[in-house]
Write a protein that binds this ligand. Structure first.
Ligand code: PMP
Length: 371
């Protein structure tokens, strides 16, 4: 029984809509859609994403500002290859998405935790040396935290001052369980630019259909100033020649009719119910040992051991004995200090399965404490 994965609910996948979109895409484009594509991706989808971004941010975004990638995971990989020279410094929210740490490991970067207080002069000095700042402001993985608008603006100010880049990774935008997160950091970068031309700001924004549609399409994108897009595209060419035009065309069919937005009417109520089921059971059975903030979106509850009494790496053995899985904090941690929290997923399983998972976790904790 896994509360570990970071996956949406398979039973909510819009199978018929994807099937119809595949038919429509092949009928529309014919065999051309089965060729190797331009490395930047299907032009019509880049244009659609550019038009949406212009409407959402009030800026001017063209296809030249958009690179389609094999999920946002490939975007993280390309960013590592283009931006990080061996040993360079990255400032990142801590704890951080494991996939990003894995993608950048070959460059052996050093990391500095993002200090949201943003008043420490030492932090300013570090930021000036950093290659980029990495943030998942909407319902972060692993903590589920939503970064406030004030912090987004303050961080962007610091990034501009330091003359560095900011990577805004936003895979969970469609998973808004309570309220809306407000403007992206990219929107704030648009608002503070003075030129009227295409976007040329310091934010690289990463989007994906993995949560809004299905992960198996492997369609993601980077939005950035045009020169950065060219550099990333050159690197992508060396990596995979091109992404799949076919799955990009399927995503295009669905996004043209706004299906990705409408589909949240199906997914969000289910995810909300599952989050509430997890928290109800956890309040009953885990709150003696763990504390957490209620996530207002995304897929995870980040449970912190009260008084750092429970080492979640050591607890894991007992959880496996009870046949339940979570992800211990150590895997997301570049500081090497946090072994006292765990990431618990609520999107993948039914409320009943989640509740049983929590009961097993509670038993595992009791065995751990009495061992
Ligand atoms: N960034 C973050 C923060 C993630 O949690 C994930 C995976 N859910 C990704 C990027 C990669 O997503 P994908 O490649 O499926 O678009």
């Amino acid at each position: 029984m896994s509360l570990a994965g970071g996956l949406p609910a398979t039973e909510l996948y819009p199978v018929t809509d994807v099937q119809e979109a595949a038919h429509a895409a092949i009928a529309r484009h014919g065999p051309a859609i089965m060729e190797y594509g331009p490395v930047e991706g299907l032009l019509a989808l880049r244009q659609l994403i550019a038009a949406r971004t212009s409407a959402e941010t009030g800026g001017v975004f063209m296809a030249a500002n958009v690179l389609l990638t094999t999920g946002s995971m490939q975007a993280l990989d390309l960013i590592g290859k283009v931006l990080i020279d061996p040993g360079e410094l990255i400032v990142a929210q801590s704890p951080t998405y494991l996939g990003a740490l894995d993608a950048w490991r070959p460059r052996s970067p050093s990391y500095l935790p993002l200090d949201w207080d943003l008043t420490d002069p030492d932090f300013d000095a570090a930021l000036a040396r950093a290659k980029f700042v990495y943030s998942v402001p909407n319902y972060s993985n692993p903590t589920g935290v939503l970064v406030s608008q004030a912090r987004r603006i303050a961080l962007l100010d610091k990034v501009v001052e330091a003359g560095t880049w900011l990577v805004e990774d936003d895979p969970y935008l469609s998973m808004q369980l309570d309220g809306s997160p407000g403007p992206s950091i990219l929107s704030h970068a648009v608002a503070r630019s003075t030129g009227k031309g295409p976007y040329d700001g310091p934010v690289l924004y990463l989007g994906t259909v993995s949560k809004s549609l299905v992960p198996g399409l492997r369609v993601g994108w980077v939005i950035a100033e045009a020169g950065m897009i060219q550099n990333l595209a050159r690197t992508k060419m060396a990596s995979d020649l091109s992404g799949s035009l076919l799955t990009q065309a399927i995503a295009l069919e669905l996004m043209e009719r706004d299906f990705d937005h409408q589909h949240t009417n199906v997914t969000v109520p289910v995810y909300r119910e599952r989050r509430d089921a997890l928290l109800r059971e956890a309040n009953l059975l885990l709150s003696e040992w763990f504390e957490w903030d209620v996530p207002v979106g995304g897929m995870f509850v980040w449970m912190r051991s009260k008084g750092r009494a429970i080492d979640t790496d050591a607890l894991y053995k007992f959880a496996v004995e009870e046949k339940v899985a979570y992800v211990p904090s150590s895997v997301f941690d570049f500081t090497g200090e946090d072994r006292f929290a765990m990431r618990v997923n609520f999107t993948r399983s039914s409320p009943e399965v989640i509740a049983e998972g929590v009961r097993r976790l509670a038993r595992a904790i009791e065995h751990y404490l009495s061992a």
